[in-house]
Design a protein around this ligand. Structure first.
Ligand SMILES: [Zn+2]
Length: 355
């Protein structure tokens, strides 16, 4: 390997050859990485490491940027369906960007045509190709008005169109796709959020502005959404996890039924910080969504519903542990179990209750 100082001493010709060799090596490494991520995803090895998803593994353990992680995961999942893209990545005739653009529109029927036409093309050319398959991508209504029934160019081959349900005419009008909301930090403390509001939502906003006029004369929409979200989060936490500042008096629970009393849910939720408590080989899971209550000692083995025997789990880790428990119970020596051993030394449980 050439060091920076050694590179500086290379002739122009040698430097060009050196850079080309490096790029070729990088492409082969990328193709190998995509193939390996594909296999890692299949085995779901990220669960045992302590991540709830392949994306979390790529960003938190591999320290890839969100964009890099997204592109590689997209390519890995596309490669599972269309393995030939790995060869194209390795020989440099297809880029990760091209794959991420093509992946949403590729089907068994059009994959061959699309991959051939996309070879050694620029991003813009691939975007044109995608527009042929899926015409008129979503455009914000405030920019310009689209024609009612745009038609595909006659030159478009039917082989490029997504498959249609049997008996239905070939759809040649553009599907309506709304723009996803965008959230962008402006500083570490403030964010720019952009999304589409229905007429009903807009009317609610106007009504809230009127009702808050005394305390919020400016009617600032951001401040109103902050207050509305605060109320919504409190309500959801109360409903799903019984989180409240003024708990009602409950009958003492015997801890033997499957029902988890509200007071126990509250205690577990606060103790675990509203976050999955699964600890993998590389640390604790960061997931805060789809949380469930997990029995450390399984209910089937006499584990009770006390706070000491309950922990929060994201759905992925809850299912992961339940699967391992069942396999251990049944004495299965499955390939999956050997590939993804649980790093947790604590007993795992099959029983968890959704909030
Ligand atoms: Zn988790």
């Amino acid at each position: 390997m050439h060091q920076p100082t050694a590179v500086a001493s290379l002739s122009d010709h040698a430097l060009l050859a050196h850079v080309e060799a490096l790029v070729a090596r990088e492409r082969r490494a990328t193709a190998e990485l995509i193939a390996s991520l594909c296999e890692l995803d299949e085995r779901r090895l990220y669960l045992g490491v302590g991540c709830s998803s392949l994306f979390a593994y790529c960003t938190e353990v591999l320290h890839l940027s969100e964009h890099a992680a997204y592109g590689r995961i997209e390519a890995a999942r596309c490669a599972r369906k269309f393995p030939r893209i790995l060869e194209r990545l390795a020989d440099g005739s297809l880029t990760l960007t091209a794959i991420s653009l093509l992946a949403p529109v590729m089907t068994e029927e059009n994959a061959g045509v699309l991959l051939d036409r996309a070879r050694h093309t620029s991003k813009r050319e691939v975007e044109h190709l995608v527009a042929e398959v899926r015409p008129l991508p979503a455009v914000a209504a405030t920019v310009r008005k689209l024609p009612q029934s745009p038609r595909l160019p006659h030159a478009v081959s039917d082989a490029l169109l997504p498959p249609q349900p049997a008996g239905e005419p070939l759809a040649r009008t553009a599907p309506h796709v709304s723009q996803p909301a965008t959230i962008r930090p402006l500083t570490p403390e403030i964010y720019k959020v952009q999304f589409t509001l229905s007429r009903e939502g807009y009317e609610h906003l106007r009504r809230a502005q009127d009702l808050l006029r005394h305390s919020l004369p400016s009617g600032d929409a951001g401040r109103i959404f902050e207050r509305a979200l605060s109320v919504l989060v409190c309500e959801l936490e109360r409903r799903k996890h019984a989180v409240t500042e003024r708990p009602r008096t409950e009958r003492p629970a015997n801890g033997h039924g499957r029902h988890i009393p509200a007071a126990v849910k509250r205690k577990v939720w606060r103790r675990d910080g509203g976050r999955c408590a699964f600890v993998g080989t590389r640390g604790r899971c960061t997931s805060r969504s789809l949380l469930e209550y997990h029995h450390v000692i399984p209910f089937a083995e006499g584990g009770d519903t006390s706070a000491a025997n309950l922990q929060l789990r994201c759905r992925a880790h809850n299912q992961h542990e339940a699967r391992l428990w069942f396999e251990a119970e049944l004495g299965l020596d499955r390939v999956d179990a050997r590939r993804a051993p649980s790093p947790s030394a604590t007993p795992v449980a099959p029983v968890a209750r959704s909030p």
